[in-house]
Design a protein around this ligand. Structure first.
Ligand code: CAP
Ligand code: MG
Length: 433
């Protein structure tokens, strides 16, 4: 029996007000040629909830009741409210299949970008959030009284070094002043550098560096793999005395990230989220999904650290985007503003913002002024490219952090730091591309 309900118009209601438990999505929409905004909105709300192109004989009132409603248009920005019943709690894959699924390919839109999702408490509370979070990382892992940026080194070349070469670079960087050593995103378990052998030597050298310096040192072991293997690798890291794992959360996938979050709850390990692949769908300002939302979902699942950009480094990360992500992952009460929806994070802990990609000592003050001292600053080439080698590179980065903490200029501080002086002479304030 036909219902005589228009399959698309039924999903637009400009007088609708979202209910307390609704999820609200903010989309940037450019309708296809010849398609009105209202018609495009109806199609987006329909396909991302419980509609399709045809008038359905199977549609009943209880089903219609939980349809999405596009309820606001402001220029290219459209808001859609989704009743919570549409979603499986505690599942980011299901959320993504709904509101970030088929709709990007609809002929009704020339382009479509999912900017943000406002999550009600009833949905938010079905996730754990970070186990450590920002305070846990500072207090439990680093036991730092006065918080300064956590300094991270990513040995370069990214891949190709043997276990011994990699661990030697790590040891020099730790001794030079780096807190955390991080595998690169594409270094996992290759023949030239097998995972298990790397772990054994890295933790041995880590312990040595801790003894030598009297400082806490830690290691971000890249466990990215097929999910069962990731779990095995996380267990090995724990067994060898690690505090963290690193996961390429987007190439591994949302489900894998959730699985690892659960495993790390049992193991008591923190999670560093690398965002490799994000720019494939976040970089186009008119199409795809925002990096802000990637970071928000990562906080929801419960990573403890995530990459957010540098503004001045080698990878594209616009200033407003970096600042908005920083706000979203660090604060508890996010206010509605351009392209960002309000959120109350309730009991979900803040995440450590990670600034990385093309950084060297000369850029440290900019990053610290932008994001403050409670961040992780990473450098690969900015340490291994130092003219006097890895140890000097690490010392120069550490001294740049110390200078910025004391609000002293780098040039001034370099008078007592030959390593920093050499770095400044070599790179100055260069912004790599
Ligand atoms: C940095 C890095 C990081 C990127 C990630 C790299 O190395 O290790 O993976 O910074 O970027 O391989 O590029 P360099 P983002 O210090 O040598 O640039 O944080 O933007 O995701
Ligand atoms: Mg890298």
């Amino acid at each position: 029996m036909k219902t005589n309900i228009d399959p698309y118009k039924d999903f637009v209601d400009l007088g609708h007000r979202p209910k307390q438990n609704d999820l609200v999505c903010l989309f940037k929409v450019h309708p296809a040629k010849g398609m009105s905004m209202e018609n495009a909105m109806g199609r987006i709300a329909s396909e991302s909830s419980n509609g399709t192109w045809a008038e359905l004989t199977t549609l009943k009132e209880h089903i219609r009741k939980i349809r999405a409603r596009a309820f606001s248009i402001k220029g290219s920005y459209v808001k859609v409210a989704y009743p919570i019943e549409l979603f499986e709690k505690g599942s980011v894959p299901q959320l993504m299949s709904s509101v970030a699924g088929n709709i990007f390919g609809m002929k009704a839109v020339a382009s479509l970008r999912l900017e943000d999702i406002s999550l009600p408490k009833a949905y938010l509370s079905s996730f754990r959030g970070p186990g450590f979070g920002l305070d846990g990382v500072y207090e439990k892992i680093f036991k730092m009284k006065k918080r300064r940026p956590i300094l991270v080194h990513v040995p370069k070349p990214k891949v190709g070094m043997t276990v011994k070469e990699h661990a030697d670079a790590a040891r020099k960087a730790w001794l030079g002043g780096v807190d955390l050593l991080k595998d690169d995103e594409n270094l996992t378990n290759q023949d030239f550098n097998p995972f298990d052998a790397r772990m054994k030597l890295m933790f041995k050298y880590r312990d040595y560096a801790e003894n030598e310096t009297g400082e806490r040192k830690s290691y971000l072991a890249n466990i990215t793999a097929e999910t069962k293997e990731m779990i095995r690798r996380a267990r090995l890291v724990k067994e060898l005395g690690g505090e963290y794992v690193m996961v390429d959360i987007l190439t591994a996938g949302w489900a894998a990230a959730q699985t690892i979050r659960d495993e790390c709850e049992d193991l008591g390990l923190a999670i560093h989220a690398h965002r490799a692949f994000h720019a494939a769908f976040t970089r186009n300002a008119d199409h795809g999904m925002s990096m802000l939302l990637v970071a928000k979902l990562a906080r929801l699942i419960g990573v403890d650290q995530i990459h957010i950009g540098t503004v001045v480094g080698k990878l594209s990360s616009p200033r407003t985007e970096v600042l908005d992500i920083d706000d979203e992952i660090v604060n508890r009460d996010i206010l509605d503003h351009a392209r960002v929806l309000k959120e109350k994070w309730e009991a979900i802990k803040p995440v450590v913002p990670v600034s990385s990609g093309g950084l060297h000592p000369g850029l440290v003050p900019y990053v610290m002024k932008l994001l403050g001292p409670e961040i992780a600053i990473q450098a690969g080439g900015g340490i291994d490219g130092h003219p006097n080698g890895v140890g000097a590179g690490a010392a120069a980065m550490r001294d740049a952090v110390s200078a910025a903490m004391k609000h002293e200029s780098l040039a001034e501080y370099a008078r007592h730091s030959p390593a920093l002086k050499a770095a400044l002479e070599y790179w100055g304030g260069k912004r790599p591309i």
